[in-house]
Design a protein around this ligand. Structure first.
Ligand code: NAP
Length: 252
Protein backbone atom coordinates (compact mmCIF):
# COMPACT_ATOMS: atom_id res chain seq x y z
CA UNK A 1 0.00 0.00 0.00
CA UNK A 2 1.55 3.24 -1.20
CA UNK A 3 -0.53 5.62 0.92
CA UNK A 4 -1.06 3.76 4.17
CA UNK A 5 -2.65 6.10 6.77
CA UNK A 6 -2.10 9.19 4.65
CA UNK A 7 -4.99 11.63 5.03
CA UNK A 8 -6.62 13.00 1.88
CA UNK A 9 -9.47 15.34 1.02
CA UNK A 10 -11.19 14.99 -2.35
CA UNK A 11 -13.62 17.75 -3.31
CA UNK A 12 -16.61 16.59 -5.34
CA UNK A 13 -15.85 13.02 -4.26
CA UNK A 14 -19.42 11.76 -4.47
CA UNK A 15 -19.52 10.78 -8.13
CA UNK A 16 -17.72 10.76 -11.46
CA UNK A 17 -13.99 11.41 -11.47
CA UNK A 18 -13.95 12.41 -7.78
CA UNK A 19 -15.50 9.10 -6.78
CA UNK A 20 -12.82 7.18 -8.72
CA UNK A 21 -10.10 9.28 -7.08
CA UNK A 22 -11.49 8.56 -3.59
CA UNK A 23 -11.58 4.82 -4.29
CA UNK A 24 -8.09 4.76 -5.85
CA UNK A 25 -6.62 6.58 -2.83
CA UNK A 26 -8.48 4.33 -0.36
CA UNK A 27 -7.29 1.25 -2.26
CA UNK A 28 -3.74 2.37 -1.43
CA UNK A 29 -4.60 2.76 2.26
CA UNK A 30 -5.39 6.49 2.48
CA UNK A 31 -8.09 7.84 4.82
CA UNK A 32 -10.28 10.08 2.72
CA UNK A 33 -12.54 13.07 3.33
CA UNK A 34 -15.31 12.84 0.73
CA UNK A 35 -16.66 16.28 -0.04
CA UNK A 36 -19.97 16.84 -1.83
CA UNK A 37 -22.33 19.78 -2.08
CA UNK A 38 -25.84 18.30 -2.33
CA UNK A 39 -28.13 18.52 0.68
CA UNK A 40 -28.59 15.52 2.97
CA UNK A 41 -31.88 14.46 1.35
CA UNK A 42 -30.84 14.38 -2.31
CA UNK A 43 -29.76 11.54 -4.56
CA UNK A 44 -26.25 12.98 -4.67
CA UNK A 45 -25.93 12.52 -0.92
CA UNK A 46 -26.88 8.86 -1.37
CA UNK A 47 -24.08 8.60 -3.92
CA UNK A 48 -21.62 10.10 -1.43
CA UNK A 49 -22.77 7.58 1.20
CA UNK A 50 -22.28 4.75 -1.27
CA UNK A 51 -18.68 5.87 -1.88
CA UNK A 52 -18.06 5.93 1.89
CA UNK A 53 -19.47 2.40 2.14
CA UNK A 54 -17.10 1.21 -0.61
CA UNK A 55 -14.14 2.74 1.23
CA UNK A 56 -15.18 0.92 4.41
CA UNK A 57 -15.39 -2.37 2.52
CA UNK A 58 -11.83 -1.79 1.29
CA UNK A 59 -10.72 -1.65 4.93
CA UNK A 60 -9.97 2.07 4.94
CA UNK A 61 -11.68 5.07 6.58
CA UNK A 62 -13.63 8.00 5.22
CA UNK A 63 -15.48 11.08 6.37
CA UNK A 64 -18.45 12.62 4.55
CA UNK A 65 -18.02 16.38 4.34
CA UNK A 66 -20.75 18.58 2.96
CA UNK A 67 -19.45 21.96 1.80
CA UNK A 68 -19.75 24.30 -1.13
CA UNK A 69 -16.13 24.87 -2.17
CA UNK A 70 -16.96 28.33 -3.50
CA UNK A 71 -17.76 29.42 0.09
CA UNK A 72 -14.62 30.14 2.12
CA UNK A 73 -16.31 29.65 5.50
CA UNK A 74 -17.67 26.23 4.52
CA UNK A 75 -14.23 25.18 3.27
CA UNK A 76 -12.57 26.27 6.51
CA UNK A 77 -15.13 24.28 8.50
CA UNK A 78 -14.58 21.23 6.28
CA UNK A 79 -10.78 21.30 6.59
CA UNK A 80 -10.98 21.85 10.35
CA UNK A 81 -13.33 18.87 10.59
CA UNK A 82 -10.97 16.49 8.78
CA UNK A 83 -7.96 17.65 10.82
CA UNK A 84 -9.97 17.24 14.04
CA UNK A 85 -10.96 13.70 13.05
CA UNK A 86 -7.67 12.42 11.58
CA UNK A 87 -5.10 14.85 13.06
CA UNK A 88 -3.70 16.04 9.71
CA UNK A 89 -4.33 16.70 6.03
CA UNK A 90 -1.58 15.61 3.64
CA UNK A 91 -3.27 15.23 0.27
CA UNK A 92 -5.72 17.69 -1.27
CA UNK A 93 -7.43 16.86 -4.56
CA UNK A 94 -9.40 19.80 -5.96
CA UNK A 95 -11.83 17.96 -8.19
CA UNK A 96 -15.20 19.72 -7.71
CA UNK A 97 -16.25 21.41 -10.91
CA UNK A 98 -19.32 22.56 -12.80
CA UNK A 99 -20.27 23.70 -16.30
CA UNK A 100 -22.73 26.39 -17.41
CA UNK A 101 -22.18 26.06 -21.16
CA UNK A 102 -23.43 28.92 -23.31
CA UNK A 103 -21.84 31.17 -25.93
CA UNK A 104 -20.59 34.55 -24.76
CA UNK A 105 -23.43 36.32 -26.57
CA UNK A 106 -25.99 34.65 -24.31
CA UNK A 107 -23.85 34.20 -21.20
CA UNK A 108 -25.29 35.78 -18.07
CA UNK A 109 -22.98 37.23 -15.44
CA UNK A 110 -24.38 34.48 -13.17
CA UNK A 111 -23.09 31.75 -15.54
CA UNK A 112 -19.63 33.30 -15.41
CA UNK A 113 -19.62 33.87 -11.64
CA UNK A 114 -20.84 30.39 -10.73
CA UNK A 115 -18.25 28.59 -12.85
CA UNK A 116 -15.36 30.78 -11.72
CA UNK A 117 -16.67 30.56 -8.13
CA UNK A 118 -16.67 26.75 -7.95
CA UNK A 119 -13.89 25.83 -10.39
CA UNK A 120 -11.29 28.49 -9.59
CA UNK A 121 -12.18 30.30 -6.34
CA UNK A 122 -13.05 26.87 -4.94
CA UNK A 123 -9.48 25.73 -5.63
CA UNK A 124 -8.11 28.92 -4.05
CA UNK A 125 -10.27 28.44 -0.94
CA UNK A 126 -9.23 24.81 -0.43
CA UNK A 127 -5.53 25.33 -1.12
CA UNK A 128 -5.29 28.45 1.06
CA UNK A 129 -6.90 26.64 3.99
CA UNK A 130 -5.24 23.22 3.72
CA UNK A 131 -1.73 24.42 2.89
CA UNK A 132 -1.22 25.88 6.37
CA UNK A 133 -1.39 22.38 7.86
CA UNK A 134 0.94 21.06 5.16
CA UNK A 135 3.48 23.82 5.80
CA UNK A 136 3.47 22.99 9.51
CA UNK A 137 3.97 19.29 8.78
CA UNK A 138 6.60 19.95 6.08
CA UNK A 139 4.75 17.62 3.75
CA UNK A 140 1.90 17.91 1.27
CA UNK A 141 0.53 16.87 -2.10
CA UNK A 142 -1.93 19.13 -3.92
CA UNK A 143 -3.61 18.06 -7.17
CA UNK A 144 -6.15 20.23 -9.00
CA UNK A 145 -8.29 18.90 -11.81
CA UNK A 146 -8.06 21.25 -14.77
CA UNK A 147 -9.23 20.29 -18.29
CA UNK A 148 -8.12 19.98 -21.90
CA UNK A 149 -10.53 22.88 -22.49
CA UNK A 150 -8.26 25.14 -20.42
CA UNK A 151 -5.61 24.54 -23.08
CA UNK A 152 -7.66 24.50 -26.29
CA UNK A 153 -10.74 26.61 -25.45
CA UNK A 154 -14.16 25.56 -26.74
CA UNK A 155 -17.24 27.20 -28.21
CA UNK A 156 -19.77 27.79 -25.44
CA UNK A 157 -17.24 27.20 -22.67
CA UNK A 158 -15.42 30.53 -22.22
CA UNK A 159 -16.27 30.58 -18.49
CA UNK A 160 -15.17 26.96 -18.02
CA UNK A 161 -12.01 27.40 -20.15
CA UNK A 162 -11.01 30.50 -18.18
CA UNK A 163 -11.48 28.66 -14.89
CA UNK A 164 -9.46 25.65 -16.03
CA UNK A 165 -6.64 27.74 -17.58
CA UNK A 166 -6.62 29.73 -14.34
CA UNK A 167 -5.89 26.54 -12.42
CA UNK A 168 -2.78 25.90 -14.54
CA UNK A 169 -1.32 29.34 -13.72
CA UNK A 170 -2.32 29.12 -10.06
CA UNK A 171 -0.63 25.74 -9.68
CA UNK A 172 2.68 27.00 -11.11
CA UNK A 173 2.76 29.97 -8.73
CA UNK A 174 1.91 27.99 -5.58
CA UNK A 175 4.35 25.24 -6.58
CA UNK A 176 7.14 27.83 -6.58
CA UNK A 177 6.00 29.31 -3.25
CA UNK A 178 6.08 25.99 -1.37
CA UNK A 179 8.70 23.99 -3.27
CA UNK A 180 11.06 24.03 -0.28
CA UNK A 181 8.38 23.07 2.22
CA UNK A 182 7.98 19.46 1.11
CA UNK A 183 4.78 20.26 -0.76
CA UNK A 184 4.22 19.47 -4.43
CA UNK A 185 1.49 21.19 -6.41
CA UNK A 186 0.29 19.86 -9.76
CA UNK A 187 -2.68 19.87 -12.09
CA UNK A 188 -4.26 17.14 -14.19
CA UNK A 189 -5.94 18.11 -17.45
CA UNK A 190 -8.28 15.30 -18.54
CA UNK A 191 -9.70 15.05 -22.02
CA UNK A 192 -13.23 13.68 -22.32
CA UNK A 193 -14.06 11.31 -19.47
CA UNK A 194 -17.20 9.18 -19.13
CA UNK A 195 -19.19 10.88 -16.34
CA UNK A 196 -22.44 12.82 -15.87
CA UNK A 197 -20.61 15.86 -17.26
CA UNK A 198 -19.97 14.07 -20.57
CA UNK A 199 -23.62 12.98 -20.72
CA UNK A 200 -24.58 16.65 -21.04
CA UNK A 201 -22.88 16.82 -24.48
CA UNK A 202 -25.26 15.98 -27.38
CA UNK A 203 -24.65 12.52 -28.96
CA UNK A 204 -23.84 13.98 -32.37
CA UNK A 205 -21.06 16.19 -30.97
CA UNK A 206 -19.78 13.31 -28.83
CA UNK A 207 -19.37 11.04 -31.83
CA UNK A 208 -17.47 13.82 -33.65
CA UNK A 209 -15.14 14.21 -30.67
CA UNK A 210 -14.62 10.45 -30.49
CA UNK A 211 -13.42 10.39 -34.09
CA UNK A 212 -10.70 12.90 -33.18
CA UNK A 213 -9.32 10.90 -30.23
CA UNK A 214 -6.28 8.93 -31.50
CA UNK A 215 -6.94 6.13 -28.99
CA UNK A 216 -10.54 5.86 -30.20
CA UNK A 217 -12.16 5.89 -26.75
CA UNK A 218 -13.26 8.29 -24.06
CA UNK A 219 -11.32 8.16 -20.80
CA UNK A 220 -12.66 6.47 -17.67
CA UNK A 221 -12.75 7.98 -14.17
CA UNK A 222 -10.30 5.22 -13.14
CA UNK A 223 -7.74 6.53 -15.66
CA UNK A 224 -7.68 9.75 -13.63
CA UNK A 225 -7.77 7.99 -10.24
CA UNK A 226 -4.62 6.04 -11.06
CA UNK A 227 -2.78 9.19 -12.19
CA UNK A 228 -3.69 10.90 -8.93
CA UNK A 229 -2.31 7.95 -6.94
CA UNK A 230 0.98 8.22 -8.84
CA UNK A 231 1.26 11.99 -8.41
CA UNK A 232 0.71 11.82 -4.65
CA UNK A 233 3.04 8.85 -4.18
CA UNK A 234 6.68 9.06 -3.08
CA UNK A 235 7.71 8.05 -6.60
CA UNK A 236 6.46 11.44 -7.87
CA UNK A 237 8.19 13.57 -5.22
CA UNK A 238 10.26 15.50 -7.82
CA UNK A 239 7.25 16.49 -9.94
CA UNK A 240 5.82 19.93 -9.16
CA UNK A 241 4.24 22.86 -10.99
CA UNK A 242 3.14 20.60 -13.85
CA UNK A 243 -0.09 20.07 -15.70
CA UNK A 244 -0.29 16.43 -16.75
CA UNK A 245 -2.47 15.89 -19.82
CA UNK A 246 -4.48 12.67 -19.95
CA UNK A 247 -6.65 12.57 -23.03
CA UNK A 248 -5.96 9.54 -25.26
CA UNK A 249 -3.83 11.75 -27.51
CA UNK A 250 -6.56 14.29 -28.29
CA UNK A 251 -4.28 17.18 -27.33
CA UNK A 252 -0.50 16.79 -27.67
P1 NAP B 1 -19.54 15.40 -12.17
O1 NAP B 1 -19.81 13.97 -12.46
O2 NAP B 1 -20.52 16.43 -12.62
O3 NAP B 1 -19.30 15.55 -10.58
C1 NAP B 1 -19.06 16.80 -10.05
C2 NAP B 1 -18.69 16.66 -8.59
O4 NAP B 1 -18.42 17.98 -8.08
C3 NAP B 1 -19.82 16.11 -7.74
O5 NAP B 1 -19.26 15.31 -6.74
C4 NAP B 1 -20.46 17.35 -7.13
O6 NAP B 1 -21.06 17.12 -5.87
C5 NAP B 1 -19.23 18.22 -6.94
N1 NAP B 1 -19.53 19.63 -6.84
C6 NAP B 1 -20.16 20.43 -7.74
N2 NAP B 1 -20.26 21.68 -7.26
C7 NAP B 1 -19.65 21.68 -6.05
C8 NAP B 1 -19.43 22.67 -5.05
N3 NAP B 1 -19.85 23.94 -5.22
N4 NAP B 1 -18.79 22.31 -3.91
C9 NAP B 1 -18.38 21.03 -3.72
N5 NAP B 1 -18.57 20.05 -4.62
C10 NAP B 1 -19.20 20.38 -5.77
O7 NAP B 1 -18.14 15.88 -12.76
P2 NAP B 1 -16.89 15.03 -13.33
O8 NAP B 1 -17.11 14.82 -14.77
O9 NAP B 1 -16.60 13.89 -12.45
O10 NAP B 1 -15.74 16.14 -13.21
C11 NAP B 1 -14.88 16.24 -12.10
C12 NAP B 1 -13.82 17.28 -12.40
O11 NAP B 1 -13.11 16.92 -13.60
C13 NAP B 1 -14.40 18.67 -12.67
O12 NAP B 1 -13.54 19.65 -12.14
C14 NAP B 1 -14.41 18.76 -14.18
O13 NAP B 1 -14.37 20.09 -14.63
C15 NAP B 1 -13.15 17.99 -14.52
N6 NAP B 1 -13.12 17.44 -15.88
C16 NAP B 1 -14.08 16.57 -16.30
C17 NAP B 1 -14.01 16.06 -17.60
C18 NAP B 1 -15.03 15.08 -18.13
O14 NAP B 1 -15.00 14.78 -19.33
N7 NAP B 1 -15.92 14.54 -17.32
C19 NAP B 1 -12.99 16.47 -18.45
C20 NAP B 1 -12.03 17.37 -17.98
C21 NAP B 1 -12.10 17.84 -16.69
P3 NAP B 1 -22.63 16.65 -5.75
O15 NAP B 1 -22.65 15.19 -6.12
O16 NAP B 1 -22.98 16.88 -4.33
O17 NAP B 1 -23.41 17.50 -6.70
Amino acid sequence: MKLKNRVALVTGGSRGIGRAIVLALAQEGAWVGINYVADDEGINFKQAKEVAERVKNMGSKSLLLQADVSCEKEVQKMVTQIVKEYGKIEILVNNAGIVRDVTLKKMRKKDWDEVIGVNLTGVFNCVRTAINYMREAGYGRIISISSIIGQTGNIGQSNYAASKAGIMGFVKSIAREVARKGITVNAIAPGFIQTEMLKKIPEEIKSRILQQIPMGRFGTPDDIGQLVVFLVSDEASYITGQTIHINGGLYM
